[in-house]
Ligand binder design. Structure first.
Ligand code: F6P
Length: 347
């Protein structure tokens, strides 16, 4: 009887999930394993909701965004009987292994189930936020950077035509990687992230200094979770926003807030654009396809070797495996070193 392997994708989707699924399925099925999907993140193994993966069309996954398995932010530790239900599914399905593809929340659950319940689980790191520790890059990040950079390029041409200041709000939750990479690639005149709070007067100063060097427009890249201060006091508040089952607030709106403040304080014509979920849509870039495929192959290898509790990673220039514990040990926030490269172009 062939060994059964289930795959799930949890949390916010991103381009690269499907290529990773394809790599796992292609490798394991060629070795005689039976690979199938669990629907909608941790909901799948809780409810024992599965789906077959269409082998005739599996290669199409390489170029498709989103996830063919569906996703959700279901947290089994936040649901009565959730963990017991997953253990039952492992038994009922006679599951040899489970592949969890996700970010800090999904990996956190994978780590707990693996270390506390001794379930045979391996992980693949994904998120446009790039905030998982023990991997230099998560799948989905590079595509999101490209999308945000393309958007900044487009905002620039219209900003120049109208002598405008353009504020662009970029995702990333509590990490500023996406904003900093897109800001550096797009030539932003100021980059504001959660890790490096900024006084509103300092933002105004950068807008004014673009003017004084003869530039008629300015681009301000602001992370959705950024902190803007007025004489040391935070003037952004997310407290009224909804909270998901992992306790994360739904962010968004700081771009508009900043636009109004800049208008009032500089007298300039200011507009704001919130890139939102566009950053998570569409096909993965070539480099993201390569990364996702490589992480998927590494994961299949972990299953062949029965290396449970491991997460595929891209670290120090090579694809390798780290423990799930290392992957979720700490939130990887934007480094001072990278931020200083953005700062070199402020104002
Ligand atoms: O974690 C990925 C992410 O896109 C964050 O950057 C963002 O804050 C969040 O998910 C948005 O979540 P949702 O799709 O539930 O609105």
């Amino acid at each position: 009887m062939s060994k059964k392997v289930g795959i799930l994708t949890g949390g916010g989707d991103c381009p690269g999930l499907n290529p990773a699924i394809r790599a796992v399925v292609r490798t394991l099925s060629s070795k005689g394993y039976e690979v199938f999907g669990f629907k909608k993140g941790w909901h799948g193994p809780i409810a024992n909701e599965t789906m077959t993966l269409d082998m005739a069309n599996i290669d199409k996954l390489l170029i498709t965004g989103g996830t063919c398995l569906g996703s959700s932010r279901t947290n089994p530790y936040n649901q009565e009987g959730g963990v017991e239900a997953i253990k039952k599914t492992f038994k009922d399905q006679n599951l040899h292994a489970l592949v969890a593809i996700g970010g800090e929340d999904t990996m956190g659950v994978a780590h707990k189930l693996s270390s506390q319940e001794n379930l045979p689980i391996v992980g693949i790191p994904k998120t446009i936020d790039n905030d998982l520790d023990a991997t230099d890059m998560t799948l989905g990040f590079q595509t999101a950077v490209q999308i945000a950079c393309d958007a900044i390029d487009r905002l620039k041409t219209t900003a120049e035509s109208h002598d405008r200041v353009m504020v662009v709000e970029i995702m990333g939750r509590h990490a500023g990687w996406l904003t900093a990479y897109a800001g550096l690639a797009g030539g932003a005149d100021c980059v504001i992230t959660p890790e490096f709070p900024m006084e509103i007067d300092e933002v105004c100063k950068y807008v004014q200094s673009t003017e004084s060097r003869g530039k008629n427009y300015a681009i301000i890249a602001v992370a959705e979770g950024a902190k803007i201060l007025n004489k040391g006091q935070e003037i952004t508040s997310q407290s009224e926003h909804a909270v998901d089952s992992f306790g994360h607030v739904q962010l968004g709106g700081i771009g508009d807030l900043l636009k109004n403040l800049l208008k009032e304080k500089t007298g300039r014509d200011v507009r704001s654009t919130n890139l939102g979920h566009i950053q998570r849509g569409g096909t993965p870039t070539a480099m993201d396809r390569v990364l996702s495929t490589s992480l998927g192959l590494e994961c299949a290898n972990n299953i062949l070797k029965e290396n449970w509790g491991m997460m595929s990673a891209f670290k120090d220039g090579k694809i390798q495996s780290v423990t799930l514990a290392d992957g979720v040990g700490r939130l990887k926030t934007l480094s001072e070193e990278f931020y200083s490269r953005c700062q070199a172009f402020f104002g």
